[in-house]
Each structure stands twice: as C-alpha cells, then as structure tokens.
Design a protein around this ligand. Structure first.
Ligand code: DC
Length: 223
C-alpha cells in the first residue's frame, strides 16, 4: 500500500489539493480534521466545555465516530448520523482545535486513521500525519501559506457560498488556531524532518496540485 501524508495549518489548501491529487491517482483521500471536528461537535451538542478534559474523556468512551465512503466521497458519522456538513461551521472549527489538544482524544482517533493505510492507497491530510499517525508514509508533504492569504481564500470561499463574513475575524481565528495547533504538547503541528515543504502563498490551485503531484510521482518511482 502507498501512503501520502499531507500536513499543514488550517486553510493552506490541503483538502482541495489532496482531494484533487487523490482523484488523479485513484487513491482514497482521508480528511482527518473531520474526525476531530466530529468530537468537537459532540462536545457542543452535549454542552460540555471543550476545556473539560475529564468530561471529554468520558464522552469519547460513549460516542462512535466513523469515516465512510459514499460514491468515493468521505462522509463522517457521529453515532451513526452523517454530520459531514454540520461540522463545517466556525464554532466547530474552534471546538475541534481545542479538543485536539487532549491526548485521550488523539489516542481515540489514532487507530481509526492508521487502519485506512493498511488496506488502501491513501492521501491523508491533517496536522500530525507525517510525524505521528503514519511516520512510515512513503511521501510526506507540509503545505503552508501566509495567514493573510489563507484568510483571503477562506473569506472568498464563504462569500461564494453566500455567507456574509468578516475577513479580519477569519484572520484572527486562523492566527489563534495556528497558535493552538503548533503549541499543544501532544502531536503539535510541525513538518516531519523528511517532509517536502510547499508554500502555496504565491501559487494557484493548479500549481499547488502540480507541486504535490511532482513529490508523489518522485516517491512512487522510488527517487
Ligand atoms: O483540518 P481541519 O481544519 O478540519 O482540522 C480541525 C482541527 O482538528 C484543527 O484545528 C486541529 C485538529 N486536527 C488535529 O489536531 N490533527 C489532525 N490530524 C487533523 C486535525
């Protein structure tokens, strides 16, 4: 089986780029952020504070989180309910970032993530895929971009969906999430030593996909 790990901060284009590359290669795309988002949503629904480690540790013993593929598209199930759209709000983004600090939450989701790599050729995106989840991945990529360009892209995306958004608020959220994701004790966001680092600030989507595909092709040809 062939595994590609793509890590990087929120909004660097990981999911769009990884999804496109996976389609070209016929690989399964695994978005691991969706799993943390499902746990974040479960906390919000149960009214548990995302800082309450003890309550959350109990909660993860009670909930089920699954990833399933319908027509090649990943869906995330929380207690059997398809919550793939409901996890895409700013509230859930922030909750996911906070709960992902808890080592028990990370352990809870670890085996689920590794399981996919044993039976499928995959491109998996997240924050700790190359460092913790799949340290043996054949190709590791760290995708990054300036916070400002990530905020601009996110603002455009939401406006295209018809949502009214405040670009400054989005930029502040991105900066806050970057801080949380890079400063947590367990599995912080960082590039693996053997990762290719790609900065997409000045790249179009097509150019970013091409840069990622180049790394993967080299990895597949054993270079
Ligand atoms: O990729 P995303 O924005 O959907 O991820 C949501 C949050 O989940 C992110 O702020 C940090 C956390 N996360 C993580 O800690 N490890 C991963 N492999 C993926 C996501």
């Amino acid at each position: 089986m062939f595994s590609v790990a793509i890590d990087g901060p929120a909004g660097a284009g990981k999911s769009t780029i990884a999804k496109t590359a996976a389609k070209k290669l016929g690989f399964i795309y695994v978005d691991t952020g969706a799993l943390y988002r499902a746990v974040g949503l479960a906390c919000l629904r149960k009214g548990i504070s995302t800082d309450d480690k003890d309550e959350i540790t109990v909660l993860i013993g009670e909930i089920s989180v699954e990833l399933v593929y319908i027509d090649g598209e990943q869906r995330v199930l929380l207690d059997g309910e398809d919550v793939s759209e409901k996890i895409r709000t700013e509230d859930v983004s922030m909750a996911a970032s906070v709960v992902s600090k808890i080592p028990e939450v990370r352990m809870f989701l670890l085996e689920l993530q590794r399981g996919f790599s044993r039976t499928n050729d995959i491109i998996m995106d997240g924050r700790d895929i190359g460092t913790v989840v799949l340290p043996g991945a054949q190709v590791k990529i760290f995708l990054t971009a300036s916070p400002e360009s990530r905020a601009d892209r996110r603002t455009l995306q939401l406006r295209e969906k018809g949502e009214s958004v405040d670009r400054e608020a989005i930029l502040n959220d991105i900066i806050k999430r970057d801080y949380q994701d890079t400063h947590r004790k367990t599995a912080p966001l960082r590039a693996a030593e053997d990762a290719h680092i790609i900065d997409t600030t000045q790249l179009t989507l097509e150019e970013s996909v091409e840069a990622v595909m180049k790394c993967i092709r080299e990895g597949m040809s054993g270079k």
